[in-house]
Structure formats: C-alpha cells, structure tokens
Ligand binder design. Sequence first.
Ligand code: ADP
Ligand code: 5GP
Length: 189
Amino acid sequence: MAGKGKLFVVSAPSGAGKTTLIRQVLKRFKTLSYSVSHTTRAPRSNEEDGLDYFFISPAEFEEKIAKGLWLEWAKVHDNYYGTSKSFVKACLQKGKSLLLDIDVQGAEKIMASGLNPVSIFIMPPSFEVLSQRLLNRGTDSKEVIEKRLVNAKTEMALKDLYRYVVVNDDLNTALKELYSIFKKEMDGE
Ligand code: ADP
Ligand code: 5GP
C-alpha cells in the first residue's frame, strides 16, 4: 500500500488540544492530507459533516465492519470511529502524506499493520489542566467529560508506544515542536 507518502498517526486524551494543533499543522503543510474519520457520535455545534467527520448511524458503521471496509476501527467513549481503507490506500498509492487523528486502539492497529506510521502522542501538562480544558471547551455534558477523563488515564499510560511525545502546555511551543517533527519527517518528499 505504501508509496513515498508518509503516514502520520496522532493520538491524545480528549481535551489535550489535538484538534487545535492538527488544524495548524494542516494549514502549514499544504501537501499533507487529512483522513476524515467516520463516527456514530452526534456532531458538535461547530462540526461539519464531511469536513470534521462523516457522521453515520451505528447500523451503517456495522455494515462496513462486516464488509471489511475499515483500515481500523474502534469503540471510543461508547461510539464507533473508523478510518476508510480505500481513502488511505488511494492517498498512499498517489504518494501523498496523510494524517490520521485516531485513538490509541486504532493507533496500535496501524502500528502493527506494516504501514510504518510516524506516531505522535499529545500530552496535556497535567490531569487537572486536561479536566479544565474539557470544561472550558463547553462541547460535552458532565457525564461525557467524566467518561473521557476516566479513559484519559488508560490512554496516557500508552504514550511510550509512540515515536514522539509532545506536551501541549504553551500552545506556540507545542506547535513549534510539531512543525519540526513534520518538517523532518516530510523532508525529501
Ligand atoms: P482535543 O482535540 O484533543 O480533544 P481540543 O483541540 O478541542 O482538544 O482542545 C480542547 C480545549 O483546550 C479547547 O477549548 C482548546 O481551545 C483548548 N486548548 C488547546 N490547546 C491549548 C493550550 N495549549 N493552552 C490552553 N488551551 C488550549
Ligand atoms: P472526538 O469525539 O473527541 O472527536 O474523538 C474521540 C476520540 O476518537 C479521539 O481520541 C480521536 O482521536 C478518536 N478518533 C477519531 N477518529 C477515529 C478513527 O477513525 N479511528 C479511531 N480508532 N479513533 C478515532
């Protein structure tokens, strides 16, 4: 499946700032494509179908599991999330670099797949800051935030599986660190 394009996998506990950071990385590196995932969770008010996610029903998602259409999929915080096999395959065959924003379960599957991804884990500076960011974001209910914080502990325990760990304390510092990782890994394309 691999051409000369690189596959980047970025994971983080919910609220660490991954979406904020990735948006800037995609603006900066114009040749980097983004893999829009499919999910069964409800869209947030600021999200657009086809841009942030493809929002589909659990029945549609399960049908695609049965047909083997996912490169990887996982149940995260009680919802299904999946990466389209055909999209990733087409990008890599064209030699395009691709960024996957996926959870630790999905990342482990990609790492074991032979696709040799550049894996990056975004850490919050502390658990307290993580909790505060989720509250400040104001997009999730108290119950959803509690579930995400419980899952965060398990996810952060797996950070050493990744090639790079970036702490998102000061946003600009974290961005600079990410830019230098992407620049280094994409050089020679
Ligand atoms: P994730 O995609 O990892 O769930 P978001 O990118 O949605 O996280 O960020 C969670 C919240 O934290 C958002 O309100 C965002 O504006 C804020 N945030 C992100 N990075 C920082 C930072 N370095 N310092 C302070 N707030 C941040
Ligand atoms: P959110 O609901 O906050 O957008 O995302 C929740 C979690 O699901 C995040 O950790 C995000 O990286 C992960 N996620 C998003 N898309 C996918 C995907 O296609 N596959 C997997 N395994 N995880 C995903």
